[in-house]
Write a protein that binds this ligand. Sequence first.
Ligand code: HMG
Ligand code: MG
Length: 318
Amino acid sequence: MGGQRRGTREGQEITIVEVGPRDGLQHEPITVSTEAKVAFVNTLSRSGVAEIEVGSFVSPRAVPQLADTDEVFSRIDRLPGVRYSALVPNERGWARAREVGVEKIALFTAASETFAKRNINCTIGESLARFTPVVSAAKQDGVIVRGYVSTITHCPFEGPVPPSKVLDVAGRLLDLGVDEISLGETMGMAVPRDIRRLLDHVVRAIPVTVLSLHLHDTYGLGVANVLVAWEEYGLCSFDASAGGLGGCPFAPGAAGNVATEDVVYALRASGATVAVDDTMVVQAATQIEGVLDHPLTSRVSKVLRQKAKSAVHGQTGP
Ligand code: HMG
Ligand code: MG
């Protein structure tokens, strides 16, 4: 399926799902205050991203950093045109999400049994059984449902993951009635060859219009993988986090998500249409970096901050 000419993609519109407030902040050693989370989401809301994953309705013992997701949801300014979503692992999480009027939920499982066990304490089959009543209840309420498949290429415990396993789990999620699939490269280890091998398999059976790619960037190849997925396979929806925040506490060694501003730069410079204001994303990243105890990793953030400084001092550059 790969290999479609790049020229045919010119101008295609890209959807960015900003996952920093959830995937980013779940992995920070410190718990960010509710107030700082609300401010972060509110700045991101003004950046033009289509969706913001605000938090998780998971066990507060499993992820204490996001225990206040209910409160964050009730305090953010929800702007028209932006979708606000959250992770839900089970019926309990669904009840919490419903209580605060979440318009889209994301269920999450994996293509590797060991990761599923470590992350959500059940087998893949059990996770799908847990999701069944949640999907039907959400549908009844008109709530959109995303299904994540983690460990699409590498599992931290089992090593390489076969594409057939990913397709199997994604297909079973779609059979349950989820509206879209996010393919999670949890470890950030994939190179373009891995992404091609996976997508050759997956896009034969699943339309690209229901796929998102969720890349971590441990080895710095996230942007290269985004470009392969868009240029060669026509995927148009990408998860990313402002500044490159992120990681999964249950995936040892994994770094943050590919940075939103880096993805925006790479796709736009390659001819895609991306309705995201990268300076606003950088503003959000700078804001959240101010309450963390380490710098964020985005290259584009560095460049844009440097440019802003140079402009103040009357210098110019590329
Ligand atoms: P469990 O222990 O099997 O579930 O956890 P349980 O039903 O036996 O409940 C255990 C305790 O959790 C009980 O409390 C429940 O009430 C409570 P206790 O009686 O012991 O005090 N509980 C809850 N509390 C609040 N909200 C809930 C909820 N459910 C149970 N919804 C469970 C199973 C899935 C709940 C647990 O393992 C969990 O919460 N895991 C969190 C996993 C997680 O958030 N991982 C990170 C996100 S996934 C990710 O990052 C990957 C992704 O980014 C894609 C990629 O990169 O690949 C999406
Ligand atoms: Mg992730």
